[in-house]
Design a protein. Structure first.
Length: 111
């Protein structure tokens, strides 16, 4: 699913629900209470061999929060936040040319 303002609001709500008092605690490095949510997703691939890149397989779908002061960065798993529905692909709009068996009439361009 695309990262939209609605998506961001849902992520903030899910994060607040997981933390006491609805707030992320202080940064473990500098103590600041201000965090930023990066606008996008991170997919960490789980692999059986540490020095071998495997295509396909299990991923940990995550979002990133970063301390606004020192840059300390944390990954929050979307599944643990209860946001599995964000992992569904966007429905594709089908055009007549992409539908199987569809007939499309081609007309010459007006000159």
């Amino acid at each position: 699913m695309k990262f939209t303002d609605e998506t961001k609001a849902r992520i903030f709500a899910a994060v607040r629900a997981k933390f006491p008092n609805g707030r992320i605690g202080p940064c473990s490095l500098c103590g600041t209470l201000e965090w930023r949510l990066s606008e996008g997703y991170v997919s960490l691939a789980l692999q059986k061999e540490p020095l071998m890149l495997t295509l396909g397989g299990t991923i940990l779908p995550s979002v990133v929060i970063t301390c606004k002061n020192c840059g300390n960065t944390h990954l929050l798993n979307l599944r643990a936040l209860g946001l599995d529905d964000l992992l569904k692909p966007e429905p594709k709009e089908e055009s007549p040319t992409t539908q199987l068996g569809a007939e499309v009439e081609l007309k010459p361009e007006a000159g």
